[in-house]
Design a protein. Structure first.
Length: 375
């Protein structure tokens, strides 16, 4: 058995690694993609292009503008003088926000203790608009607190009652960088894409060139054939995780606070689902092109329903239940928890159990279907 399995593994590795395109897909594309994703998948909003319509031009309005500019979140790209220009800039997407001071803003602020300040936002991108609004609210709140302190000092009041003061501290990601949250999930996505597509085409390639019958008439059993076909991609999946994790840590400074052995365990459980799905695809495909299209038919919904970019809690309840059958969801939770939080098996065992259950079910169905197809 071991001699036959060894011969099968040698054959598979030679067949996979002698193809330059396959080597490129296995070792180069994942590194390229994690670098691209690391820079592109970023929800942080900085230096937002902002136009300024200041009809007051008072000391107060200028001070608020300087606070916006020095925050690093706003960049005043144009000073305008008409409301028509506001519509034009927002329609063309030239600016993300417009700051508007009406005439008499400074005088009203000094006389009445308050004055309206308008911030017009491009709401077509609701997520970015909400973030920009939060930044602006914090800047205005800081200005109000400073003004209250100045007025109290001018009137000889030692201090104003503070009320409830919120002091926040972010655990695990102190600077709230979205890249640190997304990059570990990119590892899971890349492993799924590479292992599922390559494993689905490996068996189909044998069908396409007509060698699967020749292999099956040899003394090798179907179980050994399946193991010989999947084991190389298990090793390649681990190699992908190691390479991409190294890039994430060295290039993007993503921390790994948890156990690497737990990462290896979770990867093995996830590969059961990924390779099982690839094997299942191979039983219903006649050509490598069909296998590729079928694989991406599963990959795209899996990514959308994994919680990678869109919170699962915001999805309809029926869809939330459907995500429970998505192994990519559980794998992302495990990787993010190990990388960022450093939690162990005692916390992650439900997610690992879900991966094991889904992987076992998919793999058993795939093996049964494969035996029936080639039997």
């Amino acid at each position: 058995m071991f001699e036959r399995l060894r011969a099968m593994l040698v054959k598979e590795f030679i067949q996979v690694l002698r193809d330059k395109r396959t080597r490129f897909v296995i070792f180069v594309i994942p590194v390229f993609q994690v670098v691209v994703f690391g820079y592109a998948v970023n929800t942080d909003v900085k230096n937002s292009r902002t136009a300024l319509l200041d009809r007051d031009n008072s000391m107060e309005s200028r001070e608020i503008v300087e606070r916006f500019k020095s925050s690093g979140y706003f960049q005043i790209t144009e000073r305008i003088s008409s409301e028509e220009r506001i519509r034009e800039l927002l329609d063309r997407g030239a600016v993300r926000a417009v700051l508007v001071f009406n005439a008499g803003f400074g005088n009203r602020l000094k006389a009445e203790g308050g004055a309206p300040l308008a911030l017009l936002l491009d709401g077509s991108d609701a997520n970015s608009a909400g973030i920009v609004l939060g930044y602006a609210s914090a800047i205005v709140a800081s200005y109000n607190a400073a003004e209250l302190s100045k007025r109290a000092a001018r009137h000889g009041i030692a201090g104003q009652p503070q009320g409830v003061v919120l002091q926040s501290r972010a655990w695990f990601n102190p600077n709230l960088e979205s890249r640190i949250y997304f990059v570990p999930a990119v590892i899971a996505m890349l492993v799924m894409v590479v292992t599922m597509t390559l494993s689905s085409m490996a068996v189909v390639r044998e069908k396409e060139i007509g060698t699967i019958e020749q292999v099956l008439v040899t003394p090798i059993t179907r179980g050994e054939f399946i193991l010989g076909k999947t084991l190389p991609f298990i090793l390649m999946g681990y190699a992908n995780v190691a390479i991409v994790s190294l890039v994430a840590v060295r290039w993007f400074d993503i921390p790994i606070r948890g156990s690497l052995w737990l990462v290896a365990l979770a990867t093995g459980l996830f590969l059961m689902s990924s390779l099982g799905a690839g094997l299942l695809i191979s039983t219903v495909s006649s050509t490598q092109q069909q296998a590729m299209m079928s694989a991406f038919f599963l990959i795209f919904p899996g990514q959308l329903l994994s919680g990678f970019a869109f919170p699962i809690d915001n999805m309809p309840e029926a869809v939330q239940y459907a995500t429970l059958l998505n192994p990519l969801r559980w794998f992302m939770v495990v990787l993010r928890s190990i990388f960022l939080k450093g939690v162990g098996f005692g916390v992650l065992w439900p997610e690992l159990a879900a991966l094991a259950a889904i992987g076992s079910m998919v793999l058993l169905v795939a093996v049964a279907r494969f035996r029936k197809t080639v039997g």
